[in-house]
Design a protein around this ligand. Structure first.
Ligand SMILES: [Zn+2]
Length: 467
């Protein structure tokens, strides 16, 4: 069967991952991510698929982050009714992530329509919880490393990608006149040096590679520095009797931070501290992590720790807060404590209440542990703003603001290069996606300088016939 790849999204940018693989008369969509960015532009991009939703035969989903999964309910709304394949862990996480996405859109539309009531300008949510419910019914969960059939002469399997719980590379094997052809899509690739996840698997005999390139130019700091830096910050805050507020992403980052803090407390490196995870979504996701502690995607080192110590996410010691009234009361409590809350870039959610109540105190520490996009409150704080607006009111920033750069669940330049070099034999062609121009070009140059001469940086909607 002839093979053709078309790159529709997340090509020269890092959101909206969507790639179409045509194998004979089968049409497979790899990921169906949401574009994120300026509101109007992304609404249009998200709503208009460049293919007929009902012409697809299946979707293969690499992992639960919404820039890879978040447009699935739109696809279903547009007429897609076949199977959505993913790992068992991703199926559990996608339920939470997609419901949350529908909830955020409803809130966002309500707020937008309220402040534009006079002009009559309105937006509608892209999809609702009902659409998400229909989408979830199409999900077909698979174990890692087990091939499943997609049609005659066409099968696929999920391999550990090491990025977040359940994250997978998608390997597709097709019978062609030239023999079997194997295509590997990395989705988001994890690091070698990880806290919880198992580093990516390296499969043999890949003919075509589609790889992410988010950090094609950058090299991450090693993770061992995290414990040292956190220890110093927490010891100081404890002495000052101050609050530490950590804006955190619900999937992976929250679990990583809680895991490290619990470890530091158990080892006696930091004083026993009141630790609160104040985000209903983070609570639900941590429950999924606890359900899958034996997952292929968890590292052997982490599993050994769990066997030895038990309870890695402190279900018995950390206060996980779902109730909104309890969340409000956290600000009346005296003394040193650590509060993890969403959203990770301080764009909405409970974190805003904690900031409002503590940002003007000089013994407060605001600790960022993830990338802060342009235009967000998080970015303004990281850049050293002296005054910020929260809920429309101005606040002086007297708190200490710190950025911890060592957290990342993405492979860096060295990790991606290591992975590509390990592939044996060398792929016939490598496609670089999911990276801005600077990062893709930098990675392309590195590969060319090392003798990889068939590397492509596809343009949006560009087609490639695979031989
Ligand atoms: Zn991701």
């Amino acid at each position: 069967m002839p093979l053709k790849l078309t790159f529709y999204g997340s090509v020269d940018e890092v959101t909206g991952s969507r790639h179409l693989l045509e194998a004979g008369d089968m049409r497979l969509l790899l990921d169906c991510g949401l574009f994120q960015g300026h509101r109007k532009e992304s609404i249009e991009k998200n709503k208009n698929f460049p293919f007929k939703a009902n012409s697809l035969d299946a979707v293969l989903l690499s992992h639960a982050h919404v820039d890879h999964s978040g447009a699935l309910p739109l696809l279903v709304k547009s007429g897609f009714s076949k199977r959505i394949h993913c790992t068992v862990e991703t199926a559990d996480l996608a339920r939470i992530m997609l419901m949350d996405s529908a909830h955020i859109q409803a809130e966002d539309a309500k707020f937008f329509n309220k402040i534009h009531a006079e002009t009559g300008e309105r937006i509608e949510p892209l999809y609702t919880e009902v659409d998400v419910g229909q989408t979830l019914q199409l999900i077909d969960p698979h174990k890692y490393n087990e091939f499943f059939s997609l049609g005659e002469g066409l099968k696929a399997q999920f391999l550990n990608a090491g990025h977040v719980l359940g994250s997978a590379m998608i390997e597709i094997e097709a019978d062609t006149p030239k023999g079997k052809r194997r295509i590997l899509f990395t989705g988001d690739l994890g690091r070698q040096d990880t806290l919880i996840m198992r580093p990516p698997e390296v499969p043999p005999n890949i003919n075509y590679l589609i790889t992410e390139s988010t950090y094609g130019k950058r090299v991450h700091e090693p993770t061992y520095k995290i414990e040292k830096e956190l220890t110093e910050i927490i010891k100081k805050a404890a002495l000052d009797n101050g609050v530490i507020i950590i804006p955190s992403f619900a999937l992976e980052r929250t679990q990583e931070i809680v895991f490290i803090l619990e470890k530091l407390i158990r080892a006696g490196h930091i004083p026993k501290t009141h630790l609160y995870v104040d985000s209903p979504m983070a609570v639900n996701i941590t429950e999924v992590f606890n359900k899958h502690l034996d997952s292929v995607s968890m590292s052997p080192k982490f599993k050994r720790y769990v066997t030895r110590e038990g309870d890695p996410f402190g279900m018995e010691t950390v206060r996980y807060v779902k109730d909104v009234e309890e969340s409000k009361k956290l600000n009346d409590l005296p003394g040193h404590r650590i509060i993890l809350s969403a959203s990770g870039m301080c764009e909405g959610g409970r974190i805003l209440h904690h900031l409002r109540n503590n940002i003007e105190k000089d013994n407060t520490t605001i600790l960022f542990a993830g990338y802060q996009a342009q235009g967000t409150l998080g970015r303004r704080l990281v850049e050293g703003a002296k005054k910020v607006k929260i809920f429309g009111l101005k606040h002086d920033v007297r708190a200490t603001v710190k950025m911890m750069d060592h957290f990342s669940s993405h492979a860096d330049r060295n990790d991606i290069f290591w992975f590509i070099k390990k592939l044996d034999p060398r792929p016939l062609k490598i496609f670089l996606v999911h990276g801005d121009d600077e990062n893709r070009t930098s990675l392309l140059e590195l590969l060319k300088a090392n003798g990889f001469d068939r590397v492509e940086c596809p343009k949006p909607a560009e087609e490639f016939k695979l031989d």
